[in-house]
Design a protein around this ligand. Structure first.
Ligand SMILES: Cc1cc2nc3c(=O)[nH]c(=O)nc-3n(C[C@H](O)[C@H](O)[C@H](O)COP(=O)(O)OP(=O)(O)OC[C@H]3O[C@@H](n4cnc5c(N)ncnc54)[C@H](O)[C@@H]3O)c2cc1C
Length: 614
């Protein structure tokens, strides 16, 4: 199929019943559409792939602050360098005023003290693997869409899908506004909030959140962020005010996105126009006032409402939902684009497998739906919890118990709250313990900041014990898909309830090491040596941190049992505090592990059964 043919159809020379037949039709050319298209063409250049996009790019879009999990996907797409060349600010974390303290606090993917202000454009290696971008979506989405086109995807802008002809769970064809009808082996809904295929198919959505929020935002030229927020490594700023919060996202040397999110009820109560509400909110925030004192506002305040949801179905006979059409979680955690890119990547792999005549398609679709549903729900729950901690909800007890119950855990509210702050939100996401691209340490740090006891150390369950044993009792063995290098591999996993333990990566290392070295001192020594020998290129402190985080998650989730042997040392896990010139207190630096109880590290008594047991 070629472009001329489509135009030809567009002017109506071909009879209206004739359809253009291609392999894959993608509706929407945002981040998820470009990801599906690019990866399909990368691994199967012979496939005919079409993206139908309603707008002419560059077009504006909200949702600018990314997470590091996007980096490897951009790299796999072959577009990371192009995004880097656009010189978007590098994001190393977030600055918050939220929760019980009025002070600013930060969490970071890469500690500022470790971040080197290197020349750009750089390559996707070293420190940049741990960073993200803050992107002006008009430019970012265009770079990605143009890249998809260069990879051979037929991209049609200003081409709106108007009609979807579906029978049961199968899409027969779709028709654009100019009357062109497409038939394809697969259709992918990447139309974001519009959910074009989802709505046409009558797929219901679930709204598992108590939040009914809205957003108002605008763009500013020449805000002072370069001085206040940093030049080389920037942070998203999330600043809570009386009835909501303000985001401040540096998008480039002169452009900044500033938005306000509040409950819809508050908006109604204020009886103000959106522009007035926006100005009223910004006037309450002295830090933002200071940053914009020399800046000029675009003056076109944008709004959106209708909040978190999850689609009840994400796959059908010949269709998939990805990105925001599959679900949306409140932007407090800046996870939307991570969910969009990662879901789109997985769908591309499943479609590729189908073109390779894989017999596993039903299983792969089921796994995709389960994983994506779980990721979106986790984000929504964490966002609810986050808002609660800011006083937006009054029923903490119910909320924490509900969250624990949805994980199949019966806990009273106190236990549930503690479980959450230990990292109860985390899962085997991306084969690392975390939450949609945020690692366990970041989630714990955030949860601690949200808890009442902000002065306490980050709590680690594993510091109570020193002898650990793998516990697979009652777990069923199953397989999980691993998407890598254009192929899907099957890996072993254990399932207990709705918890999964994949036997890969850090999880596999911990499972193997803990089986041989139940004593924590020996475990740490062997883990460190193992990681050093396994890959000399990776940053050993970060990897050891992940290893400790993995053991912690396995302990909290019951995959490992802990005991305390009074004759053996335990470990203390902590972060060094630090001060920066930005007035932010207690920025976490690298993980440090101390051995305590006064027993030297070299002690090698055999661990014995001991008094306390988890
Ligand atoms: C207030 C707010 C703040 C946010 N902040 C963040 C953030 O800081 N970080 C983050 O990661 N995410 C954020 N998000 C979420 C983020 O915007 C989305 O997750 C992301 O854009 C989803 O990408 P997508 O490709 O699925 O959809 P989109 O980016 O919305 O792309 C969908 C495309 O489909 C096209 N389309 C729609 N209908 C049709 C049709 N009928 N025919 C053809 N094309 C069509 C649209 O024109 C659009 O280009 C935020 C969202 C909101 C609402």
């Amino acid at each position: 199929m070629c472009r001329e043919f489509i135009s030809y159809l567009g002017v109506g020379v071909v009879s209206e019943n004739a359809a253009v037949k291609v392999d894959v039709v993608i509706v929407g050319g945002g981040p998820s559409g470009s990801t599906v298209g690019t990866l399909l063409k990368k691994y199967r250049p012979d496939l005919e792939v079409v993206i139908l996009e309603k707008e002419k790019f560059p077009r504006e879009h909200v949702g600018e602050s990314q997470l590091p999990a996007i980096g490897p996907i951009l790299d796999e797409m072959g577009v990371w360098e192009k995004v880097e060349e656009a010189n978007f600010p590098i994001k190393i974390g977030g600055t918050y005023r939220w929760g019980t303290s009025k002070e600013l606090w930060a969490f970071e993917f890469l500690p500022l003290s470790k971040f080197k202000d290197e020349a750009r454009p750089a390559q996707f290696k070293g420190q940049r693997v741990f960073t993200a971008f803050q992107v002006e979506r008009a430019r970012y989405d265009k770079i990605l869409l143009d890249h998809a086109r260069e990879m051979g995807v037929e991209v049609y802008e200003e081409t709106m899908v108007r009609n979807v002809d579906a029978a049961g769970s199968e899409i027969k064809s779709i028709t654009t506004q100019d009357g062109t009808r497409y038939e394809a082996k697969h259709f992918v809904d990447c139309s974001g909030y519009a959910g074009v295929l989802r709505k046409a198919l009558g797929v219901k959505i679930d709204v598992p959140s108590k939040l009914k929020n809205m957003a108002v935002w605008d763009y500013w030229d020449n805000a002072d962020w370069a001085i206040e927020v940093g030049v080389g490594g920037t942070r998203v700023e999330v600043l809570s005010i009386s009835a909501g919060w303000i985001w401040f996202i540096p998008l480039g040397p002169t452009r900044t996105s500033i938005g306000y999110i509040c409950p819809v009820e508050h908006y109604k109560k204020m009886s103000m126009k959106p522009e007035e509400l926006y100005q009223h909110a910004i006037a309450q925030e002295p830090r933002v006032q200071e940053l914009i004192k020399n800046a000029k506002q675009d003056g076109e305040v944008r709004t959106t409402h209708d909040w978190s949801y999850v689609s009840e179905k994400m796959v059908g006979d010949n269709w998939f939902l990805t990105g925001e059409s599959a679900g949306f979680a409140d932007p407090i955690l800046a996870g939307g684009m991570t969910l969009a890119h990662s879901s789109a990547r997985e769908v591309a792999y499943i479609i590729l497998a189908d073109f390779e005549e894989s017999k596993e398609i039903t299983w792969l679709k089921k796994r995709y739906e389960e994983t994506q549903t779980r990721r979106i729900r986790q984000y929504i729950r964490f966002a609810d919890y986050w808002y609660f901690a800011n006083g937006q909800f009054t029923d903490l007890e119910d909320l924490t118990k509900e969250i624990a119950a949805s994980e199949g855990l019966k806990m009273n509210s106190k236990e549930a709250f503690r479980w959450l702050s230990l990292g109860g939100f985390t899962d085997e996401d991306f084969f690392l313990p975390g939450l949609g691209g945020l690692d366990l340490v970041a989630v714990k740090e955030v949860a601690r900041r949200l808890s009442k006891d902000t002065d306490s150390e980050l709590e680690w369950e594993l510091t109570k014990f020193n002898t650990f044993k793998l516990n697979l009792t009652g777990a069923k063995k199953e397989t999980m898909p691993l998407y890598n290098g254009g192929e899907i591999h099957k890996i072993e996993a254990y399932r207990r309830g709705n918890k999964l333990l994949p036997a890969i990566g850090q999880f596999k290392i911990v499972m193997e090491l803990i089986a041989k070295h139940s004593d924590i001192t020996q475990f740490m020594q062997v883990a460190e040596a193992h990681l050093r020998n396994a890959d000399k290129h990776i940053n050993s402190s970060v990897t050891l941190q992940q290893c400790v985080a993995t053991l912690e998650m396995m302990l909290v989730d019951g995959w490992v049992n802990g005991k305390y042997n009074p004759k053996r040392p335990r470990i203390t896990v902590d972060f060094t505090g630090g001060k920066t010139d930005q007035g932010i207190r207690d920025i976490p630096d690298e993980l440090r592990v101390h051995y305590h109880d006064g027993i030297p590290e070299a002690a090698s008594e055999t661990p014995s059964e001991a008094a306390s047991e988890k």
